[in-house]
Ligand binder design. Structure first.
Ligand SMILES: [Zn+2]
Length: 226
């Protein structure tokens, strides 16, 4: 499963030597361009390599029509694709079974709330999602882009991995995450300069065994199963 497909995703996949055919499905967390705008070029790329296995695109039910239009307006016609393209709508708060042993639940967070006042024509869905994923062995939470630190606790449970962005939280919140959720590993993404500086000080104050629970995401980072 590819979670989000922002601008530049095709190039990033090529750069990481990941086979386009290894992607069975795409899950979109919200409609900021850096999370979905690479979809048409990715589909084009998959067509060019002659992909022939089904590709499912999971999208929140409120954004399904837009994503279908986005694909259509990119002149990508399902009939002309070399593979079957399924756009699958899902609702938040419902367990979605991706396959026999892999499922996820999506929960709405507050990331897009600040824009609601601008949508005077009521055209937008404002679905921004955090996810809890589970397979037969591991569980992980991906916060997605969030609005504030409260969104960190939408799923109040212990998981193997907790992945969150850091532009909407403070370094001090990391201590709370460990206290409340006790994740096996905490993986931080979207790290800005200010956060990184304060993170260095924070890490220096932690005992060695706790430090090893925090991972700063880099391009191409691979995580092994527990
Ligand atoms: Zn965003």
């Amino acid at each position: 499963m590819l979670v989000d497909c922002g601008d530049g995703i095709s190039r990033a996949i090529l750069h990481q030597n990941i086979s386009f055919n290894s992607i069975d499905c795409i899950l979109i967390s919200h409609l900021h361009a850096d999370h979905y705008a690479g979809l048409p070029s990715l589909l084009t790329q998959m067509k060019l390599i002659g992909r022939n296995k089904v590709l499912s695109v999971f999208v929140h039910s409120s954004e399904k029509d837009f994503i279908e239009d986005f694909i259509l307006h990119s002149y990508l016609f399902k009939e002309r694709m070399s593979f079957e393209l399924k756009v699958i709508p899902f609702n938040d708060e419902r367990e979605i079974k991706v396959n026999e042993n892999f499922n996820f639940i999506a929960r709405l967070n507050s990331h897009l709330d600040k824009y609601k006042k601008y949508d005077t024509e009521n055209k937008l869905g404002f679905a921004s999602l955090s996810f809890l994923f589970k397979d037969d062995e591991n569980s992980f939470i991906y916060s997605g882009d969030i609005g504030n630190e409260k969104d960190l606790y939408l799923f109040n449970q212990k998981v193997d991995w907790f992945i969150t962005e850091t532009t909407h939280i403070k370094v001090e919140n990391l201590t709370d995450i460990f206290k409340k959720l006790k994740p096996g590993k905490l993986i931080l993404t979207h790290i800005g300069e200010d956060f990184e500086k304060r993170l260095d000080q924070y890490l220096a104050s932690l005992p060695e065994h706790q430090k090893s629970h925090i991972i700063l995401a880099i391009d191409g980072l691979k995580l092994n199963r527990y």
